[in-house]
Design a binder for this molecule. Structure first.
Ligand SMILES: [Zn+2]
Length: 331
């Protein structure tokens, strides 16, 4: 399976009729598509880095259905079409397409990242937007990898909530560090039709901008740590009513973005903490003991945290993480 991106000038025939599951049969693999509009430089938009997160692609289809020429040129990157064909985040054995843009990745995904990066060097860009759906019950929010005024302005255009993420630093947004303002949008849960509306609205407004807005009143959070389940640990959620060495409290995903006080029960474990949970800070240090303690088998929070992206999807837990813990940064 090749991951060499196909390059298109203009929209390939029939592409806009394709739902995400059919893109692989038309494009053959990842694609970079340049669509000339009334203004330069181009807005970069990426969709389907995760194959099952289809709201971004559906929004782009609607955007491109509008009267041409577009108000601004567009560069579209369509990511993991092979995973999209099967309706999954990524295929077994693949690297996560949003974890390949820096560092020591090897294999076809690394070559893809190199190809996209070098192609982009020849294009001048106005701003960059990476579209995702959230896993778990999260509000829609922006993810910032930089805090400069342009990035914050783009974030504010989408939501009053934003998360500043330093880690992982292998995300696509990092490609634009020295290039243009960039924002990653978590549009909302997969399957929620509002996600597509939000994306269409955001992209339409972005296309109409003559300058990138600066700043805005956003509630900004900083991710401090990622919470992982130790590989190989059998775990369940309390609502599953299945016994396992680690049973996680149900309902935590309902409080994503809300403060949880120290002492909150996070789960129950019949094994030592270090065998079931691993909390990593932005420098990849194991800080599990700073965040959790085990009391009579109950896993409790040792300090107040604001969880985000807590997911009860076991596949996402294993492929990515259980959740992030954040702290407010003020406005
Ligand atoms: Zn995603």
């Amino acid at each position: 399976m090749t991951l060499t991106p196909s390059i298109f000038d203009g929209i390939p025939a029939g592409l806009l009729d394709c739902p995400a599951t059919e893109l692989a049969s038309v494009l053959g693999g990842p694609a970079l598509i340049r669509i000339r509009g009334a203004r330069e430089p181009a807005l970069f938009v990426s969709v389907l880095l995760h194959g099952n997160e289809v709201s971004g692609w559906n929004a782009v289809r609607r955007l491109l259905d509008m009267a041409q020429p577009l108000p601004r040129s567009l560069v579209l990157f369509i990511g993991n079409v092979h995973a999209a064909a099967r309706g999954v985040r990524m295929l077994p054995g693949q690297h996560d397409f949003n974890r390949i843009w820096r560092g020591e990745v090897i294999g076809p995904e690394a070559a893809l990242a190199d190809d996209v990066r070098s192609w982009l060097r020849g294009v001048s860009l106005f701003a960059a937007v990476d579209l995702h759906n959230n896993t778990g019950h999260n509000p829609h929010y922006s993810v910032l990898t930089r805090l400069d005024a342009g990035c914050r302005g783009l974030a504010y255009l989408f939501s009053d909530k934003a998360v500043y993420v330093e880690e992982p630093d292998t995300v696509l947004a990092r490609v634009f560090d020295d290039v243009c303002p960039v924002v990653t949008l978590e549009l909302g849960p997969i399957g929620d039709p509002m996600c597509e509306e939000r994306a269409v609205d955001f992209l339409t407004r972005c296309m109409m901008l003559t300058v990138v807005p600066v700043g805005g009143e956003i509630s900004l959070f900083r991710t401090r740590v990622r919470v992982h389940i130790q590989p190989g640990t059998d775990f369940s959620f309390a609502d599953d009513r299945r016994e396992a060495p680690l049973v996680l409290t149900s309902g935590v995903e309902g409080v994503n973005f809300h403060a949880l006080p120290a002492g909150t029960r996070f789960g129950h474990s019949t094994r030592p903490l270090a065998e079931v949970l691993r909390v990593l800070d932005v420098a990849h240090r194991d800080v599990t003991d700073e965040y959790f303690e085990l009391r009579n088998g109950d896993v409790e929070l040792r300090r107040a945290v604001v969880p985000a992206m807590y997911t009860t999807d076991p596949l996402v837990v294993m492929q990515d993480c259980l959740c992030y813990f954040m702290e407010p940064m003020g406005r």
